[in-house]
Every structure is written in C-alpha cells, then in structure tokens.
Design a protein around this ligand. Sequence first.
Ligand code: IPE
Ligand code: IPE
Ligand code: MG
Length: 244
Amino acid sequence: MGIVEKNDLTANSLKHIAIIMDGNGRWANKRALSRLKGHEQGANAVREAIKGCRELGIPFLTLFAFSSENWKRPKDEVNHLMGLFRYFFNKELKDLSEAGVKVNFIGNIKKLPEDVQDLVQIAKDKTAGNTDLVLTIALSYGGKEEITSAARKIAKLILDGELAPDEIDETFFASHLETDGLPDPDIILRTSGEQRISNFLLWQSAYSELIFQEVLWPDFDRSWLEKAVDEFHSRCRRYGAISV
Ligand code: IPE
Ligand code: IPE
Ligand code: MG
C-alpha cells in the first residue's frame, strides 16, 4: 500500500515534518574530503526532502539549516555555508516557486550577511502566494532564543499596559513565537545517528514523534523519508490520555 493511501486510513494525520539535517561533516570525513564538500552534497538531500514531501502530500516541511550555535564553527566553514545558502536561493528559487512551494524562514536572520538577508526577503516575497508546500528554513535559529524573544515581546506589552499577566495562556504565548501560523511538527527527524534536539523547536516539539535515523544527511533520499513516515504511522500518539 502506498504511503498516501495509508495516510488516509490512519488516525495519525501527518501534516508537518521537521528535519535536523545532520552528518555532513562525517559524510565528508569518511571519504577523506573536506567538511565543506559534505555541506555541498547536503544540498541534494534538501532537494530530495522537498520533492518527497510534495509527492507524499505532506504540506509542511521545516529544515534546520544553521543553528544559533553553529556560529561557533571555524570562519571558513561558516562562510562556506553562507555561500551555499546564497547559491541555493539564487539557483533553486525559480523551481521552488514554480513547484508551488512557499518559502518561510525562522531564526535570527539579522545575523546573516546582508546579501543573504536580501535573498531571504526575495524568496519570501516571490513565493508568498504559493500553497502546495510550506517550506520553513531555520537559519541562525535557536529554540531558547526564540522563546526568550517571545517572552521579551510579551513583557513589553505588559509594561506598556496593553496586557495583564493573567491573559497569557499557551495559545497567546505560541502566537509570539516565530512559528506562529504553522502547525506543531508531527515528526522531528534527525539524521546521522545523534539522538538529541540541539535547540531545535523546543516549544513546538512537546508532542512530536522523535525519529532518529543512522543515514548521514548527504545520503538522505526519498526511501529514508518513506521509512520515517512508516515509523510515524506505527506510533500511537496519546497526548497524555489513554488509547481507545
Ligand atoms: C549538519 O552537518 C549541517 C550543519 C550543522 C550546518 P554537520 O556539519 O553538523 O555534520 P557532522 O555532525 O559534523 O557530521
Ligand atoms: C544541529 O546540528 C544543527 C543543524 C543540523 C543545523 P549540530 O551538528 O550543530 O548539533 P550538535 O552540535 O551535534 O548538537
Ligand atoms: Mg552535526
């Protein structure tokens, strides 16, 4: 039975997959290549993930491309990654736009080089009307930073007399996160065998199914996406209640 049919039959509806794309460096080390080559190869896996989600009818895909902590890496690696983002947006934007993909970003975009910030804005503007797949790219993103920033915005509302502390509930708080308008991820998938969250979507992953795969990100393809979807459908989500 195909994945899409299976989706229709199950109570586990799958709307949003968020991926921690990890293992580029190890992929390159294994081949005695520079880490930078691993990042370059990782771009192909990004295409696979986007195509796979479109074909499987999964409407939201979020990709962790660069964390708030990745700025700690050597300068040449950071510069190379920025160069890859530049190349990717320049080269892929037309195809993404024609494929009905709406490109969205979360993270501290202001820390990126100015021309990359411009490309981010262009990608958002050009694809704003698309509806087939919402692709959110987490760039210079950290979950703790996002939550802190939401708390700061809310604190200002209180200081300005526009809000009473009792009015803050989970929905209100979530609406001040950068993911406002996106459903919480059903799956958080991490490649490379590491089993940690590394500051990704801390609030939003409260009830996500965590799936860890051994594959190194540059080798990720449609078959690994299908394995994750199958694994998701084999899980029983209870949200603290009991199964019926
Ligand atoms: C993920 O691959 C890409 C980024 C974090 C930007 P890594 O670069 O972390 O690869 P490993 O974990 O060193 O293998
Ligand atoms: C998480 O991977 C960030 C991204 C995939 C963009 P890292 O490789 O930075 O995470 P740690 O350092 O192993 O926790
Ligand atoms: Mg890593």
